[in-house]
Unconditional design. Structure first.
Length: 186
């Protein structure tokens, strides 16, 4: 996929489609998507089998599952088009994490303790915690590219935290990431 360029709408539709089967966020999609599209995503059929006419439904469901403001960061801090890049371990560790995760370099985020809820319990959607509950798979490779935006011209990972942590366990190949395509910025 390296070098592939797609529009921001497709990035959001792909994000939604991948998240339907997510162990952390997938439950909210069932009531927000047509049942046939939901079942297709749960069977992990390739995104290429999803017609463009279904992208608005996917994006709408994602905006309900994750919040419109968060999803709109793809447009606000991205570009009209995204290119699939291949990140190294260094690229990932030097990217920035979301403000809700500390707005720090990824390497600092990894070293910090998992998040806790106001009652002191571990926040069970923290990707660092979730990764600890998953067995090591030496052959793990992300099934789809992660997504990054740009804040002050520096990459910020917006989606794919759990997959990136699992990839870091054995980074045998490059990490695919959708990044704003500089050539398409106005």
């Amino acid at each position: 996929m390296k070098g592939t360029v797609i529009g921001a709408d497709e990035v959001k539709a792909r994000w939604a489609y991948d998240e339907v089967a997510s162990i952390r966020f997938g439950q909210t999609f069932k009531q927000n998507l047509p049942s046939a599209l939901y079942e297709k995503a749960m069977r992990r059929e390739p995104f290429g089998s999803v017609g463009r006419e279904h992208w608005p439904a996917l994006v709408g469901a994602l905006q309900r599952a994750r919040s419109r403001e968060f999803v709109d960061c793809i447009d606000t801090f991205g570009a009209p088009q995204y290119q699939c890049a291949e990140w190294s371990v260094s690229d990932l560790l030097h990217s920035t994490v979301l403000p809700t995760l500390g707005f720090v370099p990824y390497a600092v985020f990894l070293a910090r303790p998992v998040m806790r809820r106001p009652d002191g319990a571990i926040d069970d959607v923290d990707p660092r915690y979730v990764s600890q509950t998953m067995p090591f798979d030496p052959k793990f490779a992300p099934s789809s590219p992660l997504i990054a935006i740009a804040i002050d011209r520096k990459p910020m990972l917006i989606e794919g935290y759990l997959r990136s942590i699992l990839w870091l366990r054995n980074p045998a190949g490059p990490l695919p990431v959708w990044v704003p395509d500089a050539a398409s910025k106005g």
